[in-house]
Design a protein around this ligand. Structure first.
Ligand SMILES: [Zn+2]
Ligand SMILES: [Zn+2]
Length: 189
């Protein structure tokens, strides 16, 4: 998908196009925005990947020190109430026209829903409903456990955990420790 895509065409494609529940299959996770106008269903048990992003863009657009995202195929996801309440924002173009990559939010309560990339969706798992039982919460925590911190060099807070920390993109930048010091060869996992 190119950035020059015609507006509204997005509604006919995953994850926005309406999907027959039989075709979609068993719903593994459900999430909704704060006002409830936007709902999503996920048919995959575990995300392809989950990570924390400390980049400046995420800090500003999320109003939070870092962002937590879980990566899914676009077809793993559907919006059962339709996509009419979604709004888009391209941080690269500073535009609310639809193009990928884009930030997707509820147009009413403004809760961030996901980042849609060219090939995958980076969903914000805070929105996923858990009924509150200890087992369910533990289940979600395990399924969505981030693999690493990215753009950790731009962090506002140090995070004391044993997850990999990358100065920029994972696999394409330098591994650093919780204080931002480069890891020595032997310290790499
Ligand atoms: Zn909402
Ligand atoms: Zn980021």
């Amino acid at each position: 998908m190119s950035s020059g895509e015609t507006p509204k065409k997005w509604m006919d494609k995953p994850p926005y196009r309406p999907v027959d529940p039989k075709e979609f299959g068993e719903v593994k996770w459900r999430g909704h925005c704060q006002c409830g106008r936007v709902e999503y269903h996920i048919n995959r048990e575990k995300p392809l990947m989950a990570k924390f992003c400390h980049c400046r863009g995420c800090q500003v657009l999320h109003g939070a020190p870092f962002q937590w995202c879980a990566v899914f195929h676009k077809t793993d996801l559907t919006f059962p109430k339709g996509a009419k309440d979604l709004v888009f924002y391209s941080s690269k173009e500073k535009s609310t026209e639809y193009m990928t990559p884009t930030k997707v939010a509820c147009g009413y309560c403004r809760a961030p829903i996901m980042d849609e990339g060219n090939n995958v969706c980076l969903l914000f798992p805070e929105l996923i409903n858990v009924e509150g039982s200890y087992d369910e919460e533990k289940h979600r925590k395990e399924a969505f456990m981030p693999k690493c911190h990215i753009f950790y060099e731009q962090r506002l807070v140090d995070v004391a955990d044993d997850l990999e920390k990358w100065s920029g993109m994972d696999g394409e930048s330098e591994r650093i420790d919780m204080y931002g010091k480069p890891l020595k060869e032997g310290e790499k996992l």
